[in-house]
Write a new protein. Structure first.
Length: 304
């Protein structure tokens, strides 16, 4: 396996709105879609669509959504040996609201995802040892994330950590053990407690993570591009200009494509540029995983 994603899956319930209703107000929404999502599954699918060999560790419920989630992962040739059902528990769900400016607001119900345990990581140990990269996020329990980070360090497997959805409860002891920490602006502000409204503030917050032991900080800034900060260098990558329709899952698209590209050639700058293009294409279509481009679409975009 190239990549192991240890993380969440969700059922995306996407409502497209003209505006959010006020308290006590009922509004008609122009459109609704349901799809497969969750940060872990999104990142796994993005990497798989680029050609990576991916295995997924996650938990689903025993409801009507579970089999569809597993079927969807298999559709992208993701190894589902360690995708397990939790009896008597609902699958994770994410009600998503996308406004007329393509901005989104998301709620998550973790459901079965909160049952992914350190023991599940141990059960998959033999397969995980063969992977070249671990990808982690924050829609599963922190003890499981910390255990996976320790596992990766023990077996010398590089780790990409996406601190999303952000929490102030993160232990910097474990963050510092990750090779790449990839937050967006909101997440960077949350985990550092520092303002990130300007580029200078974002750099300062990234340096705070470096001072706490992180090797690489890659900050996704939306329309402002990407900032890559190490102890030796600061690089800024301008965003690709596209007409955004739905930004849901753009960060996951970036991380999945980055993971694939980095595993293939180890070139961080090139991986960032490809991931930016992949994420840019994803926001030009509605939905999450269904909006992710394939290899041909990405190549045509980069060549055009």
């Amino acid at each position: 396996m190239d990549i192991a994603v240890i993380g969440s899956n969700m059922v995306d319930l996407i409502t497209y709105i003209d505006k959010m209703p006020k308290k006590g107000e009922t509004l008609e929404a122009p459109n609704f879609e349901m799809g497969c999502g969750g940060k872990g599954a999104n990142q796994a699918v993005a990497a798989a669509k680029m050609g990576a060999s991916v295995t997924m560790l996650t938990k689903v419920g025993d409801d009507i959504f579970a089999d569809n989630t597993i079927k969807n992962l298999k559709k992208y040739e993701i190894d589902t040996e360690f995708v397990q059902k939790v009896p008597g528990v609902a699958s994770g769900a994410a009600p998503i609201f996308v406004d007329a400016n393509s901005e989104n607001r998301i709620l998550i119900i973790k459901g079965a995802n909160q049952y992914l345990s350190p023991e599940d990581v141990d059960q998959a140990a033999e397969k995980l040892k063969k992977c070249r990269l671990l990808v982690l996020q924050l829609e599963i329990p922190l003890p499981t994330i910390y255990h996976a980070i320790e596992f990766g360090n023990r077996h010398h497997i590089p780790i990409i950590f996406n601190p999303a959805p952000a929490t102030k409860e993160l232990d910097f002891k474990y963050i510092s053990m990750c090779d790449f920490v990839v937050p967006n602006e909101t997440e960077l502000e949350m985990i550092t407690g520092m303002a990130v409204e300007t580029d200078e503030e974002a750099r300062n917050a990234a340096f705070f993570l470096l001072e706490n032991g992180v090797k690489n900080v890659i900050v996704t800034l939306g329309r402002r591009g990407v900032l890559w900060v190490t102890s030796n260098d600061i690089r800024r990558f301008d965003a690709y200009q596209v007409k955004a329709v739905d930004t849901t899952g753009a960060g996951d698209a970036f991380i999945g494509c980055f993971a694939h590209s980095f595993v293939r050639n180890g070139n961080v700058a090139q991986a960032i540029q490809r991931a930016q293009a992949f994420a840019a294409l994803s926001v030009t279509k509605k939905g999450t995983q269904i909006s992710f481009p394939d290899v041909k679409e990405l190549s045509a975009f980069l060549e055009g």
